[in-house]
Design a protein around this ligand. Structure first.
Ligand code: FRU
Length: 459
């Protein structure tokens, strides 16, 4: 068989991040710096299975086109590099700056039992990394669990200090503060039922109102709590709720240093990529919002607007009535779509969308089902269900009513190309508007294929 060119393989996602080769899991060290989004990731440089945990590294200026660089952090002293986060130390509180530009500082778990937390820094926008104090632990094991891990660091502007949220045991997150990212003081613990791995903590204006900031504490399993954080302690008001109802969304992290915009990416855990030189993919980056809904405060996830730059032609339908048993073919065939639909569905209506052998079933009463998972939403007063779908070669991400529900899945397509169909099972629906944008691949530009997988930049 002729060799397929890297990035055009049959099961290679075309607008989701994958490592050029080998295994990846959690997003790590998401930070925006000097016009670039950095995406570090749990990586096995030596194989397609989990192991040899190392921080792989990619950069992008638009969250679409990623350039993979050399691995940033590699195992040392018998310990591998587990998940963590990164910040821009723009005030040089750490004293790590050798030059005018601000250093990047990464906090990670040094995984040799019992695990401890260490930091590394870069003075050239992430191209080279140096371990602080030869990688000695800045937060030693707390004696709660030999696997304490995944330090989430960020700047807390009101108290002008750094904060670290660390997963220390099932159901327990420990907070620390620091003036210089090197010395950390334990301030409080949050106990949240079954809270598991990869804490993320970020602030969002409730209903877009800057006068009503709320904090969201999120775990690896897509559960989150909403409350207040005063720089010392997290006080939950609601939770746990679920941020993604699909089967393949895990260990999500938000970028630091993005101003008021909160952008999240997750690992689409559990996808299958038979015969591929890589294994696993990231989710598409989503912008987060916090809204009051009749069911309470909810996190909403919607794909970042940058995706519009990949749109290359569309098929469009509007104002069509569809009755039970009828079907509408809405597009030419393809395998990369961004679908935006507005469907008026009374409470007794049941309709669906078919792509390949995938079905997304909705009811006007507020239920949505896909690939064996179900979620519910509160029907809007005008009975309109707004559906957004991102379809890549091996993943589908579904967003209902502006991200009130999101569901992320991986799948193996039976055929490469599909059409988009809308069908009605019960009642009458009115297709107000239905646009199927065909997307172009981010790997079209050979420039973005550059991979420098050889060697580590650890100094
Ligand atoms: C989550 C996780 C983290 C850990 C990393 C190791 O998927 O288990 O808790 O740091 O993966 O690869």
């Amino acid at each position: 068989m002729p060799e397929t060119e890297l990035y055009s393989e049959r099961y290679r996602p075309q607008f989701h991040f994958t490592a050029g080769e080998n295994w990846l899991n959690d997003p790590n060290g998401c930070v925006f710096d000097n016009g670039e989004y950095h995406l570090f990731f749990q990586h096995n440089p030596a194989g397609c299975e989990w192991g040899n945990m190392t921080w792989g590294h990619a950069v992008s200026t638009d969250l679409l086109h990623w350039q993979q660089l050399s691995n940033a952090l590699t195992p040392y002293d018998g310990g591998t590099i587990y998940s963590g986060s990164a910040v821009v130390d723009s005030r040089n509180t750490s004293g790590f700056a050798h030059q005018a530009s601000a250093p990047l500082v990464a906090a990670f778990t040094h995984a040799r039992e019992p695990f401890g937390q260490a930091i590394a820094f870069s003075n050239d926008h992430g191209r080279h990394w140096e371990m602080y104090a030869e990688g000695r632990h800045v937060v030693p094991n707390q004696g709660l669990d030999s696997g304490e891990r995944d330090p989430r660091i960020f700047w807390h502007a009101p108290t002008k200090r750094w904060v670290m949220a660390l997963w220390v045991a099932l159901g327990q997150v420990r907070f620390f503060v620091s003036d210089d990212l090197k010395q950390w003081v334990h301030t409080s613990d949050f106990m949240g039922e079954d809270f598991y791995e990869c804490p993320d903590l970020f602030c969002l204006p409730l209903d877009g109102d800057g006068e009503r900031p709320k904090w969201v504490l999120h775990d690896a399993t897509s559960r989150y709590w909403v409350g207040d954080f005063d720089g010392v302690r997290f006080l939950p008001e609601a939770g746990p709720m679920t941020s993604d109802f699909g089967a393949n969304f895990y260990a999500a992290q938000t970028w630091t240093n993005t101003g008021s915009r909160v952008v999240q990416i997750g690992w689409m855990r559990g996808g299958e990529y038979p015969g591929m030189p890589f294994n696993q993919q990231m989710s598409f980056p989503c912008e987060l919002a916090l809204r009051s809904t009749p069911a309470g405060i909810r996190l909403q996830r919607m794909p970042v607007a940058e995706i519009e730059n990949l749109r290359a032609g569309a098929d469009h339908t509007s104002n069509s009535a569809l009755r039970a048993g009828e079907e509408l073919v809405v597009s030419r065939s393809g395998d990369l779509f961004d679908i935006v639909a507005e469907i008026e569905a009374p409470r007794d209506a049941a309709f669906g969308i078919r792509l390949y052998d995938l079905e997304i079933a909705c009811t006007g009463a507020g239920a949505v089902r896909c690939l064996g998972r179900e979620a519910s939403f509160v029907p809007s007063s005008d009975s309109v269900v707004r559906v957004r779908i991102l379809l890549d070669r091996t993943s589908i991400e579904l967003f209902v009513n502006d991200g009130e529900i999101s569901m992320s899945f991986c799948f193996l397509p039976m055929d490469r190309e599909t059409t988009v169909r809308c069908y009605v099972e019960q009642g009458n629906v009115w297709v107000r508007n239905w646009v199927v944008h065909h997307l172009s691949s981010v790997w079209g530009d050979p420039h973005t294929k550059k991979i420098e997988l050889t060697g580590s930049s650890k100094t």
